[in-house]
Design a protein around this ligand. Structure first.
Ligand SMILES: Nc1ncnc2c1ncn2[C@@H]1O[C@H](COP(=O)(O)OP(=O)(O)OP(=O)(O)O)[C@@H](O)[C@H]1O
Length: 296
């Protein structure tokens, strides 16, 4: 059984809003991505995991504990980063972190301080006066500081600048090495691609697909741009490589093909070109159609 189990989870808000028959599980040590357009049901699913809402039907459990019945126990062991952060505005960042550390029974504050330094956060000012990015950093420190074995992260990098986004991804990869189980919703394909083992796409409250990121690499189309010394050599090669949708552009030929690259590369090698450039389709190109209402 997975660390996180979601079975036939349904919450019907009426007017076709909500989540319907959602099924997935997340194994120990796995990073599971949760993608989908605005209003698809990511936050609603996550709020069930935190025990904030009770399912209409189906079940949600973490480490075998029902998320609603055992919400107090579960919230204690989880690191949680909410999508919309509401912090205690009148406190300073430092007061807030100390308050939260106290609530979680965290004695050793050394990792908390390491995280503050790592994200270059100055927690001394009042939360009210903090920028969106600063508040996000504060919430990240709060979610990670107790080194939880399970992390639930709702759009964790929203509001972070590009450098901090990279730092966050590195932190996730470090946590993964520790064997932490992570469920993360996101709108950023690149961070999902860099970190997740599997990714689910939710659309209009229903799971559209769950993809394993390793096997996904094989599904991705690749575009091979093959350069020859002259146009005639390019045209000859294109003729021989028609099955790969060959297109001639002056003395270059573009081929595109899915699957493993071995067969195409052999064909290219036989033609002895001067150069080859290979580009893989991005996760965005592969997944974007799930965001298109027309296609739904
Ligand atoms: N308490 C509620 N009452 C009625 N409808 C709700 C409630 N909470 C959420 N919804 C609706 O359920 C749907 C799913 O919302 P949810 O916040 O889970 O989406 P999301 O995938 O997290 O979106 P985003 O990417 O915009 O954050 C939306 O249509 C939303 O309006």
């Amino acid at each position: 059984m997975g660390q996180i189990e979601v079975q036939d989870l349904t919450k019907d808000y009426g007017s076709r809003k909500g989540i319907f028959q959602v099924n997935f599980s997340v194994e120990k040590g796995e990073i599971f991505g949760f993608l989908g357009p605005n209003g698809a049901g990511k936050t609603t699913t996550i709020r069930h995991l935190m025990g904030f809402i009770r399912p209409d039907s189906g079940s949600v459990s973490i480490k075998g504990m029902d998320c609603f019945e055992k919400r107090e126990e579960i919230q204690k062991i989880l690191g949680y980063l909410p999508g919309e952060i509401s912090l205690l505005d009148q406190m300073t960042g430092t007061e807030y972190l100390n308050f939260m550390a106290g609530m979680k029974g965290l004695r050793d504050r050394s990792y908390m301080n390491e995280l503050i330094t790592y994200f270059e956060l100055d927690p001394r000012s009042k939360i009210l006066k903090m920028s969106k990015g600063m508040k996000q950093k504060l919430a990240i420190v709060c979610a990670f500081m107790q080194k939880p074995e399970i992390l639930i992260l709702d759009e964790p990098t929203s509001g972070l600048d590009p450098l901090m986004q990279i730092r966050f991804i590195d932190l996730l990869l470090e946590e993964k090495k520790r064997g932490v189980t992570i469920l993360m919703s996101s709108h950023i394909f690149e961070e999902v691609e860099k970190t997740c083992d599997r990714t689910a796409i939710i659309r209009e409250g229903r799971l559209a697909t769950i993809e394993n990121m390793n096997t996904l690499a094989e599904k991705k189309k690749k575009v091979y741009t093959v350069t020859f010394t002259d146009g005639q050599a390019a045209r000859n090669f294109a003729e021989a490589a028609q099955k790969y949708e060959a297109k001639v552009l002056d003395h270059q030929v573009q081929l595109s093909a899915g699957g493993r690259p071995g067969e195409v590369l052999k064909k290219i090698a036989l033609a002895d070109p001067v150069d080859v450039d290979i580009k893989s389709q991005s996760l965005e190109e592969l997944f974007l159609h799930f965001y298109d209402k027309e296609e739904a």
